[in-house]
Design a binder for this molecule. Structure first.
Ligand code: AMP
Length: 420
């Protein structure tokens, strides 16, 4: 193994591709910020019980994929595999729900960890931007979140994604369905592990990707037929609100998602250019989660969008984000004295809010101009002994190629004017 190799299932974000990741995070966050969501940041690890109780002990995430560790002090911790349980825990701890302003609307951005089998679009360390609206049961809120995710993807130029929508019922009607489904599944020809799943999380069997399993599921009882009137009405309202907003979706009865805490509205954003790992984001309502982790009843809804897969989706659609160069001015000193003087000029420009960079290391003019070109700077400043003796620097417009001498004392003002 090479010394310079990121751990299996992980990769580094390096320039220039890293700029796209930042832009994607920003594009997802922008509509949230504009819609009353406040920023929240929680630790990268939590007590392991939070996820065991919150995400669910029967889920793959908890049973197989969690990075757990025991600290020197004996605490059992887990690197966070997802965001919702932590955000809800933090909101409860800070009593945000008692400030008399429900729902508590929060957004976050960060790293998540799952010990998965690495493949294209599936990593052991990945990045999500998420949103949670805590403490209110209102179909408008479910619709708001789906519309904002749609808006975020569209603002990036993405078009080949679809929204899958389902309702999982509530604590009244879902158990009745669950039992009917279990009765049906127990009669099928299934392997040991799947049989065990029937007993702990039968809805997940519906999600099985194997053709021989899917073939047996054709006549499985449908959750739709078991939804109570309140759940049906709620779901119809969400659907109507999305339609009114011009957000297209597909009803997908098989959509159960991999986490135990979902109730009623569940949805997933899938992208058709990504192959097997097609889910770019997902979420739903989790009315029971607060109580599951020991809090009061706080019906809530949220989503998390995967940054890595969103970048892959952009690449799949051939979309190059229009990312402006970050450097406006590049300074090239010729000689010792020029280095000191021009570095002073660069520092002044930076303090005046002009993005400026510098040819370090005393390179020759040719190499330095190459770096200037690569930086994308609109202007370069070049100065040698003779310029300094005259109290000027050469200001070159890299687009037109025009060059003129500008007095040292006026460089900042001139550049401020030109850069608008
Ligand atoms: P989930 O909570 O599993 O629905 O994840 C939400 C989103 O996070 C998914 O739609 C993916 O975009 C992303 N995601 C989840 N797991 C991974 C992973 N192992 N590697 C990359 N992205 C992931």
């Amino acid at each position: 193994m090479s010394t310079f190799q990121a751990p299996k299932g992980t990769y580094d974000l390096t320039p220039p591709r890293s700029a796209t990741f930042l832009a994607v995070r920003e594009a997802i966050a922008a509509p949230l910020r504009d819609s009353g969501y406040g920023y929240i940041e929680t630790p990268g690890f939590e007590n392991v019980e939070l996820f065991a109780r919150g995400v669910g002990e029967s889920t793959d995430i908890v049973t197989k994929e969690m990075y757990t560790l025991t600290t020197r002090g004996g605490d059992q911790l887990a690197l966070r595999p997802e965001g919702t349980a932590s955000v809800l825990r933090a909101a409860l701890e800070a009593n945000l729900h008692k400030a008399g302003n429900l729902p508590v609307k929060l957004w976050y951005s960060g790293s998540y960890y799952r010990y998965e089998r690495p493949q294209a679009g599936r990593y052991r360390h990945f990045s999500q931007v998420g949103a949670e609206a805590i403490g209110t049961e209102d179909p408008v809120l479910d619709a708001e979140l789906i519309i904002l995710a749609d808006q975020a993807y569209r603002s990036l130029g993405l078009r080949q994604f679809r929204i899958l929508l389902n309702s999982l019922g509530d604590k009244g009607c879902r158990p009745v369905y669950r039992e009917a489904l279990q009765t049906f599944l127990r009669d099928l020809d299934l392997d040991e592990e799947t049989r065990r799943r029937i007993e702990i999380n039968p809805l997940r069997v519906l999600d099985d990707k194997r053709a021989d399993v899917q073939k047996q599921l054709t006549d499985a009882p449908k959750l739709r037929d078991y939804l109570c009137d309140a759940c049906k009405a709620y779901h119809e309202e969400v659907r109507a609100l999305l339609t009114a907003a011009g957000v297209a979706f597909e009803d997908d009865e098989k959509l159960v998602r991999g986490l135990d805490y979902y109730t009623r509205t569940t949805f997933e954003f899938v992208h058709d250019g990504l192959g097997a790992q097609s889910a770019v984001g997902g979420g739903g309502r989790y009315d029971g989660l607060s109580e599951m982790i020991g809090g009061p009843e706080l019906p809530s809804v949220g989503w998390a969008l995967g940054v890595d897969r969103t970048v892959l989706a952009l690449e799949a659609e051939g979309i190059e984000l229009d990312l402006p160069y970050t450097t406006s001015v590049y300074a090239v000193p010729l000689g010792e004295e020029a280095r000191r003087v021009l570095f002073g000029v660069v520092t002044g420009l930076r303090r005046a809010g002009i993005a400026a960079d510098f040819a370090f290391g005393g390179r020759g003019l040719k190499g330095a101009m190459k770096s200037a070109n690569r930086s994308g700077a609109r202007y370069t400043l070049v100065a040698g002994e003779r310029d300094l003796a005259e109290g000027v620097v050469q200001l070159k417009d890299m687009e037109s190629g025009e060059q003129s001498a500008v007095p040292l004392t006026e460089v900042a003002a001139e550049l401020t004017k030109r850069l608008g």
